[in-house]
Write a protein that binds this ligand. Structure first.
Ligand code: ADP
Ligand code: MG
Length: 292
């Protein structure tokens, strides 16, 4: 494309709320054959709510919730916020936490009221040799309903299965359809549970799912999607999306995301609305055609 057509293209994009931080992106975006999206905060609102709290035999629900919420009050993860606000809404008082540890992609651990509390994904419990199979059926059912199952253990014993649900943005289904109409494959990359991710992907008509990805694994996921010379555009919002935004052939950040994601992206969507992605791709195609 000529410098003039790029200027016109980036100007038109800006009017649509799409900021091309790099001029080359306006040319390379049209080559994308796969659009990969982060789930939490990109496809979804990123504001999960606590939906289920199922207690194991021999445990007291209010006490487990108090211990779990106390621990989570020290975490900045959106899941933690969901648990803490649910506990507060129930009038549960929070206790002091010592020895707090957060393991990204796994969960949190600490001492509350003299007990060792662990909350996180199944892999966090496996790491501590805690068997979660008592809740296998619940976990499957929660996952199939698009809810994310978590587990709580107290002093090494499984105490509860907890689920959070993060609503899909109202604008997301239309954006996925528009990407399909442009002939693109759509993929999801997430740290969340496989069943949960697959249920959400099914609901949205997403073609490929890479789930249970550790925070440092998103770059590898982009590389995997690149098979057969496919060109991958990636859209994300989080701190742990930054390396994948750099790795992707074109990285797009949602404007509601973290500064690090925005700084790592070639293109920034001014709002959280993913319809900016097909619009940016269509514009990229139009810009090239202009000069031919
Ligand atoms: P995502 O935000 O895509 O779910 P993360 O890498 O942040 O990805 O987390 C992966 C998983 O680790 C979460 O889905 C959850 O199961 C677990 N996890 C992480 N942090 C916490 C936390 N503070 N409390 C409970 N579970 C957590
Ligand atoms: Mg995210």
């Amino acid at each position: 494309a000529t410098p003039t057509s790029i200027m016109v293209g980036t100007g038109r994009a800006a009017e649509l709320g799409i900021l091309f931080r790099k001029g080359e992106a306006l040319q390379s975006l049209r080559e994308a054959t796969v659009v990969a999206l982060d789930k939490t905060g990109t496809l979804t609102k990123g504001r999960p709510e606590l939906t289920d709290f199922i207690i194991a035999d021999g445990f007291d629900a209010d006490r487990v919730l108090a211990l779990v919420a106390s621990l989570e009050s020290l975490s900045e993860h959106p899941i933690a916020e969901a648990i803490v606000s649910a506990a507060k809404a129930k009038g549960v008082g929070l206790a002091t936490v010592t020895n707090f540890e957060a393991k990204p992609g796994f969960g949190v651990r600490g001492t509350v009221d003299g007990s060792d509390i662990l909350v996180g994904a199944d892999r966090a419990l496996h790491l501590h040799k805690i068997d979660v199979s008592t809740f296998a059926r619940e976990a499957e059912q929660l996952g199939d309903n698009g809810k994310s199952p978590l587990y709580a253990a107290i002093d090494g014993r499984l105490a509860a299965i907890i689920a959070v649900s993060d609503p899909i943005k109202e604008t997301t289904p239309q954006a996925i359809k528009a990407l399909h109409n442009l002939g693109l494959k759509v993929a999801m990359i997430t740290g969340d549970n496989r069943r949960t991710a697959e249920a959400i992907a099914r609901q949205l008509g997403i073609d490929e799912v890479i789930a249970e990805v550790l925070p440092e694994g998103k770059v590898e996921a982009i590389k995997r999607l690149r098979h057969d010379n496919r060109m991958v555009a990636f859209i994300g919002d989080g701190i742990n999306d930054a390396p994948a935004l750099t790795e992707a052939d074109v990285g797009l950040a949602v404007g509601t995301g973290t500064d690090i994601a925005i700084e790592s992206a070639d293109v920034v969507l001014m709002s959280g609305d993913l319809n900016g992605v097909p619009k940016a791709i269509a514009l990229s195609k139009a810009t090239i055609l202009n000069i031919k």
